[in-house]
Design a protein around this ligand. Sequence first.
Ligand SMILES: [Fe+2]
Length: 199
Amino acid sequence: MAFELPKLGYEYSALEPHIDARTMEIHHTKHHQGYTDKLNDAVKGSSLEGKTIEQILQNVKGQSAAVRNNGGGYYNHNLYWKILAPGGASNPGGELSDALKESFGSVEKFRDAFVQAGLTQFGSGWAWLVLQNNKLVVSSTPNQDNPLMDVADVQGKPILGVDVWEHAYYLNYQNKRADYLNAFWSLINWDEVTRRFKG
Ligand SMILES: [Fe+2]
């Protein structure tokens, strides 16, 4: 079965004023749709047909650039839409909060490390919160790579990710990536991040 573009579960305008409706619409209907279509084209008729996206990414070494880039783009944006508000807890709580304190010293220090990872990722890419051997670590990846991939420097399960491609923020923030990252922080759906942490 072909990979499908997921529905968002909220309106394109739901994240305003932090992320504008036009950016959301283009990001979803053009960029994510593009990754989805190109992934399907790359997988069709190959040995990857019928595999889950996780299976493909965990064994992406040796696959084509089309599989790596579009498979990553497909997975990463699925995660991105889910871990954005509205509706969830606005702060990490419970077990996740404890784990963040244990790994980073405090939730604020985690926030600083996460924002810094997004800021310092040169060019297009992502910053991540990764569960690795029962510990939480922050990393960043170029292009559409992610921590699930067997080619990633930091490998593990991504439970939070922020898209720092300019297409994610340029209409509202132009070159001011730091402003976008700070706005993103206030949009995180911590219930969803906790679900991924536990699941
Ligand atoms: Fe994106």
